[in-house]
Design a protein around this ligand. Sequence first.
Ligand SMILES: Cc1cc2nc3c(=O)[nH]c(=O)nc-3n(C[C@H](O)[C@H](O)[C@H](O)COP(=O)(O)OP(=O)(O)OC[C@H]3O[C@@H](n4cnc5c(N)ncnc54)[C@H](O)[C@@H]3O)c2cc1C
Length: 385
Amino acid sequence: MSEGVDAAVIGGGILGLCTALELARAGKRVTLVEQEALAGGTTGHSFAWINATAKRDDRDYHALNAAGMERYVDIARDFGERAIGLEGSGSLHWTHPAGPGGVAGIRHAADVLEGWGYPLARLDRTGLQALEPHVAFPAGAEGFLALADRWIDARRFAHRLASEIADLGGSVRAPCSVTGFLRNRQREIAGIETDRGPIPAATVVIAAGVATARMAALAAGSLLRLPLRAVPGVLVDVPTGPARWVNHVIFLPDAGGLHVRPTGDGGMTIGADDIDAALAGRSDADLGQAPAQALERLATFIPGLPLRDLVAPATVRLGVRPMASDDRPIAGPLPGVAGVYLLATHSGITLGPLLGQLAAREIVSGEPAALLAPYRPSRFTVISS
Ligand SMILES: Cc1cc2nc3c(=O)[nH]c(=O)nc-3n(C[C@H](O)[C@H](O)[C@H](O)COP(=O)(O)OP(=O)(O)OC[C@H]3O[C@@H](n4cnc5c(N)ncnc54)[C@H](O)[C@@H]3O)c2cc1C
């Protein structure tokens, strides 16, 4: 049996790694286990746009995401932007008068965000064109640049987090799969069982992405079911070419929720909400057409795009978003099971460093963080039998 630790963290995605790092920074002995490679789950399959722009229907959740963005200021200082692939020039949202709702929707979005103090610059067609010279903006196009939005190379960030944990004396084991939980004589959780042997731990953090509900049920020793679903999403990665086709995260109007952003090496990553929606509930989906589908659609906005050169070398990533039934994070102690803390969320790239910091503080101090109050696992009626 390996030596006991203060905390065992399940999951080498952004949530587990950020939490393990903060625990190690607080002087705790930490072991993190990941069944695949680091960032082999959702974190490595993410569009990785760091934003609160898309969170406009709930002011508290918008504020949580804005706080998540602020946390990246510290991250940039601690790690250096280049070392973690943290890039930032804002996200661009626009539409045109001939679109289904005209320009009213985009103006309303800007009004809401400005009203909440979110920094943005409104743009007419001339301003849009100056920011994105390859995009053909139609007459009357209007939009805004969300100034503070960024994106990150989530895989690179994950590896930097892991080496920082190791530098602080923590241990990161991958591949190493959790198969069960250790229990003491009182049947309380006393660590984890893994395919590499048991790891006794005073606290267990379950940050297992879409597997969090299954792990929580295993810890609870019952048929406990957290309402966490796996929502698929596809990304098309286009390698670097002679031109830098886009400079920002861009949302394209009337194009099935098409979005695109540059990558650090001069390529592009493309996603589309309607392609994702078509995947829901299907395990047999053929993703072979995704590069042509995404790039052809993008070419209607970027007329110079050399489709023939770009489609063949493009690659596809399929990820699954951990999504609670109310689409909000799950953060806090597992009800009725002492010593187990749960963390799962969509928008985890934006929220990971903040949630990791708040979770570690709660675990170390026992003091609940006000920001996490709306997101406790106990808000769900948990079915257990
Ligand atoms: C297509 C797509 C686009 C997205 N775009 C954005 C975006 O633009 N901005 C944003 O903020 N968020 C975005 N997200 C969401 C974000 O990527 C996720 O919220 C985040 O990556 C979740 O991180 P995590 O650490 O909770 O989960 P994961 O990264 O999945 O990590 C959990 C890990 O636990 C491991 N694990 C599971 N079971 C076990 C076990 N038994 N033993 C050991 N290890 C185990 C898994 O292998 C996995 O690596 C997107 C997601 C997708 C799919």
